[in-house]
Design a protein around this ligand. Structure first.
Ligand SMILES: [Zn+2]
Length: 306
């Protein structure tokens, strides 16, 4: 960090970290497992930030000031200071011909970042089965698929063998398939339900709890035992403004407590990290639920021991 950083800013960062650590320490956890964080090649990440700054369609026109904007080393220092024991490098292509390049970057990132779960991505294009298989062979532990940004149908025939091989390998895929904050041509529960009908053992992690179609995605999780949901941005003041969780869904969330995973969207969030944790806490589902969601479920899924 630059020595010219104002003292007030440094103090704010320390207070931020103290709040996050206080949360998991109170629960008696060894830290957090965050299945939805973004690390990607620097120039791609800058483009994503420009997109949020420009109130692009991804934000649904909502103002989205990014809270954590340091360079990669600074962002890693922040997330480690929070006590996040394992996290991911969610990266995704918006067009064909990009996924393999992102995957090769992710291999290098995972090698130099042992606390990051080696992440890979995909796109419906010729050759996808081969490069997904290569990524799994190279040790990819989680995939990211972005149906809205990629504007593709997850039921595309090119992806059918990919879902089959990921289901067989037991490698989870975090999929942005809900229609929030803004819908895409293939978002919503329908296309993904068709994929699950063909691949019922696919370890699908529905990003953002499927916001705003929470209840439809809860249906899928109740129907398929390998479907999980990540909490990314859900229940925060920010998201509750445009996609509130129906209160009647809370008992279902409680029942699915072993398949809800902490995700945050760090660093691309318009509020401090601790707010996501407090947003989970105020659901009132209890400390056992919080322990499962914030650490135990992710540690079990990814076989993390500390
Ligand atoms: Zn995300």
């Amino acid at each position: 960090m630059d020595s010219s950083v104002p003292v007030a800013e440094e103090q704010a960062e320390q207070a931020d970290a103290a709040e996050v650590r206080g949360f998991w320490e109170r629960l008696g956890l060894p830290g957090l497992v965050d299945v939805h964080t973004h690390f990607m090649p620097e120039r791609v990440l800058r483009k994503v930030w420009d997109y949020f700054d420009g109130l692009g369609p991804l934000t649904g026109g909502v103002e989205w000031p990014i809270t954590y904007r340091g360079d990669e080393d600074e962002r890693l220092a922040v997330i480690r200071e929070f006590g996040v024991r394992a996290f991911t490098a969610m990266l995704y292509p918006h067009k064909a011909g990009m996924a393999q390049w992102l995957n090769s970057w992710a291999v290098g990132f995972a090698r130099r970042t042992p606390d990051c779960l080696h992440t890979a991505t995909l796109f419906p294009e010729p050759g996808v089965e081969a490069y997904v298989r290569a990524a799994v062979d190279e040790g990819a532990r989680v995939f990211k698929a972005h149906v809205q940004v990629g504007a593709y149908d997850p039921g595309d025939p090119l992806l059918d063998p990919v879902w089959g091989l990921l289901a067989e390998a037991g490698v989870p895929v975090v999929m942005h398939c809900g229609s929030g904050p803004s819908p895409g041509k293939h978002t919503g529960p329908g296309p993904v339900a068709a994929v699950l009908a063909r691949h019922p053992r696919l370890r699908l992690v529905v990003a953002h709890m499927g916001m705003p179609e929470y209840e439809d995605f809860l249906d899928l999780a109740e129907r398929y035992g390998e479907v999980r949901l990540d909490t990314t941005m859900a229940f925060t003041d920010f998201s509750e403004r445009f996609a509130p969780l129906p209160r009647r869904a809370l008992p279902r969330l409680a029942d699915l407590g072993d398949r809800v995973l902490l995700g945050t969207d760090f660093p691309n969030i318009p509020y401090p990290y601790a707010h996501q944790l407090h947003a989970l806490e105020r659901l009132g589902l209890g400390d056992d639920w919080l322990r499962a969601v914030c650490y135990e479920n992710g540690a079990r899924l990814f076989k993390i021991n500390h």
